[in-house]
Write a protein that binds this ligand. Sequence first.
Ligand code: GLN
Length: 451
Amino acid sequence: EAAKAALDRSEALESIVHGFVTLDGEGAIRSAQRIQKLIDEGTLTGPLAGVPMAVKDNICTKGLLTTCSSKILYNFVPPYSAQAVLNMEKAGAVIIGKTNMDEFAMGSTTETSAYGVTRNPWNMDHVPGGSSGGSCAVVASEEVSYSLGSDTGGSIRQPSSFCGVTGIKPTYGTVSRYGLIAYGSSLDQIGPVAKNVSDCTAILEAVASFDKKDSTSVLRENYDFSSALVDDVKGMKIGIPRDYFGQGLDEDVKAAVMAAASILEQKGAIVEEFDLSLTEYAIPAYYVIASAEASSNLARFDGVKYGYRAPEFEGLHEMYKKSRSQGFGAEVKRRIMLGSFVLSSGYYDAYYLKALRTKALIKEAFDKAFAKYDIILGPVAPSTAPRLGESLTDPIKMYLGDIYTIAVNLAGLPAISLPCGRDKKGLPIGLQLIGDCFKENNIIRAAYSFE
Ligand code: GLN
């Protein structure tokens, strides 16, 4: 019944929201029936058993179209499921479809999708954010209770903030990347998007696991996150980076984030401002590293093994060239060119190596901060959701919008985005809480005090 209700609601709303690339009615009903049997037998219990969900379209689902919102994968049906999907299925999740995203997760608005734009359920003239815009929009519109997204530089947190939902980017290595179609492998993490912190926590517990199929997977001491769901922040040390509140931050966002900080202070947390430093170097370092890794990761899409192949060509090289020229969109091509450039001999030291050094310094700055504070509090994005079409013409402006989210990926840290107010237009504002590596429980505990 839950699966049917989610499918009915999605079918009714999709003509407006368009959060899904693929809805899988038949598959969802089949897996719901199988799960119902297990629940009836008493072999499957737990909070996620039978609950309908959605999965971002860059996470492989066996037998179900997985396009990365790109023309180049228009017909790709994976022969296997991502470990994250297997973990969710084991917990009894019912996948009703695959969600729209920026092509190959490159973008901040979901407008670079080859399959049309997704609309922000709070205001249809605005974007849902990106790249996991579909995953966040379908939770905000209550088509599903929750979804999986991926975050390379903010792609779970920023659209969660724009759509007024909650999303967690876990510590790098916590959720297996096996079956996540790679963008920037050293930065990518899968994570949950849901209505509140408690739901995100249950999903995180289900999806996180050590996986030897992912060479960067980390065996954690424990996978218990729900014990952090206690309403108690007394004595918690919270740092607010002054560098996050300078130029470019909307007044409404600033006011809402500061109001959230004072709520935590009233509840007994020790809140203090400090200088994080190096903030201005995060964007250039990220775009060099992410593009470098993307240019290498995306070399596999050549029209040979799977996906789109140009219908007409002469010889192998022309086949590669035409398939890639026709199959990739403008933003993806921009990143491949930039990535190839910064990795090329003569430029490697000046750009790529320098970016790696900057990444190490940024991690050091966070280490220094976490020697003093349990969590870092700030905005998710400088503004609320822009209007549709506004960001497409100015990629640099779009990249600058990632200022508060990308350093977290460069340093491999966990962070949560949760709603903390509205701007004058009624669009949601997000609060970001950043934790030290493997300290998800600190950010979950602080976030829970708003629930
Ligand atoms: N906006 C960033 C980018 O375009 C982040 C994307 C992401 O986290 N996948 O790279």
